[in-house]
Design a protein around this ligand. Structure first.
Ligand SMILES: *Cc1c(COP(=O)(O)O)cnc(C)c1O
Length: 421
């Protein structure tokens, strides 16, 4: 059977044992009521139909119980974050003691740097990847300034070579050989938001640790998308958001990982609040600060339950499916997407995401020669929701939980028509 046909795509959907999960999501529609081809789960994941039920439960308990809900709600609010820990730990490949959901992403990045960026005049630099997400870059630069260092001299960039898109490990090794003893912290986006390159977290961590650096990752584009295996990577810390592949709603809370080896280190400097304090004595409301072990010991405030309810709805879905099955489908779906784009045989198009399925998640970043935003706008008009990054890249993420082979087929058909105009 010719793979580049709608009937083949439909057959793949029939064979796909996860295809029914699409029905558990609200798929946005155009004004005529037709489902859009939504390939933007890397920016804002779609809403599970169960989310409303989860949030309504908390609204009702709040209405009926008021403050008593802290202990009497169906899901008591005091320990509510604990209901997320195990599923979240599975998604990122961590132990429960290493994971907590709290704050928002960039805030957590700062809180992690408070504890893990400990510059000295000899070793104060921070290494990031050249195309780091702007918020991460700003966070890192402001930490340098906060400690009184120059934010230009203090940032070391791991760049792709001229004419290339992807960063090479041998170049990172060269940087480390030359400047490793001046670098206090390596902070890399686990999956680069622009190229979709999934970095080898363990390899980077080992290299960093060999040179005496602390190593952390921003896994915003990794959580719920790839096998991060955070515990085994050995990374000191990691942070991620829950509104991209984790489908937990705009601006939803962030996940945070602190490796088990730091779980009981009471001497690590940190910003504290009552929620990082021993649960047994928290409400005595006086006495000495007694920090909780593990990632929970970085919490500050009592958590926003409504946002956590949305995370619980999503985390329960992830738990039910399991990352292994999701990744298995993801590789097929993105592989098919890649195949169809290559079939277009159009020399103006280049996929800059790695072709090795182990070095990427579901996102493909498609560079279109001489294109501008107009192409992206036309795609949107044609019913494809994707993401445009200046100067010339369309990012598309077929998400295994709710996207279909048919989505991917139809997207490439529409792109073909637009490119031939
Ligand atoms: C999405 C994303 C962010 C956004 O940060 P917020 O604090 O959630 O607004 C930051 N860093 C990376 C790498 C991202 O992908």
């Amino acid at each position: 059977m010719n793979k580049a046909t709608l009937s083949y795509a439909k057959q793949q959907d029939e064979l796909d044992e996860l295809s029914h999960y699409r029905n558990q999501f609200h798929i946005p529609k155009d004004k005529n009521g037709n489902e859009l081809i939504y390939l933007c789960g890397n920016s804002l994941g779609l809403q599970p139909k169960s989310t409303k039920t989860y949030i309504n439960q908390e609204l009702e308990d709040w209405a009926n119980l008021g403050v008593e809900g802290h202990t009497e709600a169906k899901n008591p609010w005091l320990p509510y974050h604990e209901f997320l820990t195990e599923s979240m730990a599975k998604v990122v490949g961590a132990k429960p003691i290493e994971v907590v959901v709290m704050n928002t992403l960039t805030a957590n990045l700062h809180f992690m740097m408070v504890s893990f960026y400990k510059p000295t005049p000899k070793r104060y630099k921070i290494l990031i990847e050249a195309d780091a997400f702007p918020s991460d870059k700003y966070a890192v630069e402001s930490q340098l300034r906060h400690h009184g260092y120059d934010d230009k001299a203090g940032v070391v960039l791991w760049k792709a070579r001229d004419g290339e898109e992807l960063a090479r490990y041998e170049d990172l090794e060269t940087i480390m050989e030359a400047q490793g003893d001046e670098i206090a912290l390596i902070m890399i986006g686990g999956v680069n938001y622009y190229t979709g390159q999934f970095f080898d977290l363990k390899r980077i961590t080992n290299l960093g640790h060999k040179h005496g650096c602390v190593v952390g990752f921003d896994c915003a584009h990794g959580a719920g998308n790839v096998n991060l295996d955070l515990h085994n990577s050995g990374a000191d810390f990691a942070v991620w958001c829950t509104y991209k592949y984790m489908n937990s709603g705009p601006g939803s809370l962030s996940g945070c990982f602190v490796h088990e080896r730091h779980a009981h280190d009471k001497n690590l400097n940190r910003f504290a609040g009552w929620w990082s304090h021993n649960k047994e004595t928290r409400f005595n409301m006086r006495g000495e600060f007694d920090v909780l072990p593990g990632a929970e010991g970085w919490q500050l405030s009592n958590p926003p339950i409504l946002s956590m309810a949305a995370i619980k709805a999503s985390a329960d879905l992830f738990n039910e499916v399991g990352m292994d099955k999701l990744i298995e489908k993801s590789k097929k779906l993105t592989g098919y997407f890649e195949f169809l784009i290559n079939e277009l045989n159009n020399s103006d198009i280049k996929i800059i995401t790695p072709s090795n399925p182990d070095e990427r998640g579901c996102q493909l970043s498609i560079q279109v020669k001489n294109a501008d935003r107009a192409l992206h706008n036309k795609l949107t008009e044609a019913g494809v929701i994707s993401d445009w990054r200046e100067p010339d890249v369309i990012r598309c993420a077929p998400v295994p939980l709710y996207n279909s082979f048919e989505d991917v087929f139809n997207m490439v058909e529409k792109l073909k028509v637009l490119l031939s105009d």
